[in-house]
Write a protein that binds this ligand. Sequence first.
Ligand SMILES: *Cc1c(COP(=O)(O)O)cnc(C)c1O
Length: 432
Amino acid sequence: MNYYDIKNPNQKVSLKEAVLKSISAESGLYMPDYIPALPGSFFANLSNLNLQEIAFEVSNAMLGEDIPKEALKQIVNEAISFPIPLNRLDENLFVLELFHGPTLAFKDVGARFMAGLFQYFLRNENREVVILVATSGDTGSAVANAFYNSKGVKVVILYPSGKVSELQEKQLTTMGGNITALEVEGNFDDCQRMVKQAFADAELNQKLNLTSANSINFARLFPQSFFYFNAIAQLGKVDKPVVISVPSGNFGNLTSGLIAKKMGLPVHRFIAATNRNHVVPDYLKSGEYQPQQTHHTITNAMDVGNPSNFPRMQEIYQKQQLAMAADIKGYWYTDDQTRSAMVDLQTTYSYQSDPHGAVAYAGLKESGLLNDSIGIFLETAHPAKFPEEVEKSTAVEVQIPDTLKEIMKLEKNAIKIPNEYNFLLQYLNKMV
Ligand SMILES: *Cc1c(COP(=O)(O)O)cnc(C)c1O
């Protein structure tokens, strides 16, 4: 399978290059030449397969030409090593819990699979790659955890000083080993700007083999399709159409769902649920795509004014807004509406959700599709990652898992730098 650069479709690379580089020299995202459909026999047998078996079949269809079955099986089994349960809340209402991985957010799925592919592709090489990542919280901890002790990989994480929760900071700064945390005296946009500048620095790239671990990397995006298949498998035989609501920021998660649908998964509709950063819901209504400045909200993992995976969504629908809008409905919510949705889930179904999952629930409810469809909303983080907001809204105490309690006891280890590129460059230059 070849992977083409969306910005320059004649430029094709191998899976290995698409994965190790993340983006093309012109900053274009990679897409597979075609999205393979899975055979009818697979779907007929789907509800008899467990998560790892599904992940293997789906990844073998997409990556099987490039990775031998045995190696792929090992990557899948090591990466997808925690449950992703579908819980029923009401006759037609389900929640897919994506937060049972080591850092308690859905990004573990993609980050762990991506780490497995890096290990595979670097196994016989003595070059070292440096993963540079700016984070407002969840991405950094998932990537740090997934790549900890990975041979041939160093991870450098930039996070905004004082702007991530104490728990998130501990998750970022206590790994040690091949993981370094840079505490930037500035905000998340500063971190992103500095990282972008490093990627644009050709000399530095050459020297360090710089790469990214955001959902712009196909290796992080694609494995997220596994849990859509797994949700339908757990649902079993149903005689109603299925609607899946996805709380979205960079739209990597939703794009993975669209890929699953293209591979043949029977999902009738998706709901793109966002916070005040609603450029995609606007596009679905108007056909106009207008990137915006980022607004800060209580669902901070979705604070994205110009979602990086939007070009991939456009590729899937060949830039036909009407076709995209037929498959995806968009809704967006203010912080107060998000809080109300958390309260609604708690009082109606005794279900404690995090703010991101609550946005997805709100979209599902507003769509009116729950009357004659099966609705599934994705719960992308454990409520314990956002305890203040959840407790303030629902007045129900959040249970903190033991793994998080242990992390809180560890000592923070970060290097503080000013919010200027020169200081990042100095640090990176010292690494080689
Ligand atoms: C990253 C994240 C999202 C948004 O996912 P995208 O793939 O960027 O759309 C939603 N919820 C949580 C908890 C996240 O960490």
